[in-house]
Design a protein around this ligand. Structure first.
Ligand code: G6Q
Length: 548
């Protein structure tokens, strides 16, 4: 990887700190001029990023450009795409892996000497195409000869959030007669509620786990297999697997078909691999899955531009850093004005917070500045009737990224009181952006809006598979570029290990207790509180387990 230095040692850092003492005041009459709104737009990958409502001017943007240049953010992004070991902490035990999720969508320019990762992605895409063609033609059918109509996706975290968000976003493009359901939580009620109404004889189950060892997923797979057996069905004729090569789940004998994802693809970056592909291919058809990949690929290419005014991901990354490190804002709300994107923020929470919720540099030293913000959000306009009070008048300034579309997905809209629903949605989106930025003076303090609440509008024509691919890649690339500027490792997730280790230790004690002849079935201590001390959970643990 190119040179990496802590952000606060870069010359532009001090300059930006100075500028942040007097950020642009958007509430001054005329500050948000039509010319500003017209020029502060960055196009790329099918999206337009409107950032006139951020507290930046050309001088700040120039310094942010310098910060990006001095950190070598785009060079690091290019090195990542070309196979550098970007997932590592120097001099310490770490994952030490390449980061090649972009290779899963780098399929659109065939070259004679294709990189290994792209060739592997292409092979899996071809295997999936063949499998889906067999389903379509009826060569592969349920044991009673019927077609498969439903698919239950079992996976958690990166093997659930992105794929689920994209499925929900693109239901308008679903193949008729095909539905997908999701089980993630180890809560037995999640599996029970999903499985109960299904005709299992016409259902496929797609078990997704890169490690092939995740407690929740393996447990839910067993619950699902038991349900199939109880219905007199052979799980081997219904169950699919997506897993890492050589993982404990990588056993084709247990599955109707098994697909691979690879070490160099992190869970939260895996939607465009077979992790999302098998389920999305079933639901939307292969052409739409390829459109998703194409949209992501176009956005990936746009992230290679060194100029932030012409690179949507770099622009979002640097505006985020301005708000986080220089204006001191703790959180980021992502508010899509699209019902179809109602789980997208949940995916982005993981993508951003698991990637950039870090406090050491890639050299293992404590970082001397803030890293990833708290990301949250909800679909608009629903959110307007819930938490917007705080973002307009609360004591915390919440930067916002709005996402909106000019057209609806289904094309079934109605003009009521001279406007369509889509126009109402877009009008609300634009109004919120302006109200947050400009505010409103008022003699009555309760009706005063302070303004200067920074926000960005991400606009596209319509939420299609290609646009969805673009949005996915936009955020993945934004997060990676921020990590490069902050000099942190955005690709590991050590912070989720400790809780898992302690839960496993407690489960060992639950299991041991069950074998004790004097065990009362948990009558006296159903939650296992008494075991916390026995299991050694009340003192700082020293156990170290390798990451799956
Ligand atoms: C994502 C994380 C994590 C992971 C899940 C599921 O980047 O690594 O959310 O995706 O823990 O892991 P498996 O796919 O291995 O079951």
């Amino acid at each position: 990887m190119p040179d990496r230095s802590p952000m606060d040692t870069l010359p532009a850092f001090a300059a930006l700190n100075d500028l942040a003492r007097h950020p642009l005041d958007l509430t001054v009459p005329g500050a948000l001029s039509p010319a500003r709104i017209r020029t502060m737009v960055c196009q790329g990958g099918g999206c337009a990023i409107h950032y006139a409502t951020q507290r930046v001017d050309d001088i700040v943007l120039d310094r942010l450009q310098e910060l990006a240049d001095q950190s070598g953010a785009v060079e690091q992004f290019l090195a990542m795409k070309q196979g550098a070991i970007a997932n590592r902490i120097d001099g310490h035990d770490s994952e030490n892996r390449q980061v090649l999720h972009t290779a899963t969508r780098d399929l659109f320019t065939a070259t004679p000497h294709e990189p290994a990762a792209t060739a592997q992605a292409r092979r899996e895409v071809e295997r999936l195409t063949a499998f889906l063609a067999d389903l379509d033609s009826g060569r592969l059918a349920a044991p009673d000869g019927n077609t498969f109509t439903d698919l239950v996706n079992i996976g958690i975290g990166g093997s659930d959030l992105g794929p689920r968000a994209v499925y929900l976003a693109l239901q308008a493009f679903s193949r008729p007669g095909r539905k997908v359901h999701f089980i993630a939580n180890v809560d037995p009620d999640d599996a029970a509620a999903v499985l109960a109404p299904l005709d299992l004889s016409r259902t496929l189950v797609n078990v997704v786990s890169k490690s092939g060892s995740t407690l929740e997923t393996l447990t839910n797979e067993e619950l699902a297999r038991a349900a199939f057996r109880a219905a007199g069905l052979d799980p081997r004729q219904h169950f699919l697997a997506v897993t890492g090569e050589h993982s404990p789940m990588d056993n084709p004998d247990h599955y109707l078909r098994a697909f691979h994802m690879f070490d160099y693809i992190g869970g939260r970056y895996s939607t465009t691999s077979m992790v999302g592909g098998v389920m999305l291919g079933f639901a939307l058809g292969m052409e739409n899955f390829m459109e998703l990949l194409r949209g992501a690929h176009v956005m990936d290419r746009s992230a290679e531009n060194r100029e932030l005014r012409h690179n949507p991901a770099l622009l979002l990354a640097l505006l985020g850093i301005w708000n986080r490190n220089f204006l001191g804002h703790e959180t980021l709300a992502i508010l899509p004005y699209s019902q179809a994107l109602h789980r997208f923020t949940a995916h982005l929470q993981q993508c951003d917070m698991e990637s950039n919720g870090k406090s050491i540099t890639r050299q293992g030293a404590a970082v001397g500045y803030r890293t990833g913000p708290i990301v949250w959000g909800e679909a608009g306009t629903n959110g307007q009737h819930a938490f917007y009070q705080l973002i307009h008048q609360g004591t915390t300034t919440v930067p916002v990224e709005f996402i909106g579309f000019r057209q609806c997905q289904y094309g079934r809209d109605l003009t009521v009181q001279a406007t369509t629903s889509q126009e109402k949605l877009v009008a609300n989106l634009l109004a919120q952006s302006l109200a947050l930025a400009v505010g409103q003076p008022h003699a009555n303090p309760n009706k005063r809006f302070p303004g200067n609440r920074p926000n960005t509008l991400i606009l596209a024509d319509r939420l299609t598979p290609a646009t969805m691919g673009g949005l996915l890649a936009l955020y993945e690339n934004k997060v990676a570029l921020q990590g490069f500027v902050w000099n942190i490792n955005s690709f590991d997730q050590e912070g989720v290990q400790l809780g898992k280790v302690l839960a496993n230790r407690l489960l060992d004690h639950f299991a041991g207790r069950r074998l004790d002849p004097a065990y009362d079935g948990g009558a006296k201590d159903p939650m296992g509180w008494a075991l916390l001390e026995t299991a050694g959970l009340l003192t700082r643990p020293v156990t170290k387990r390798p990451h799956p």
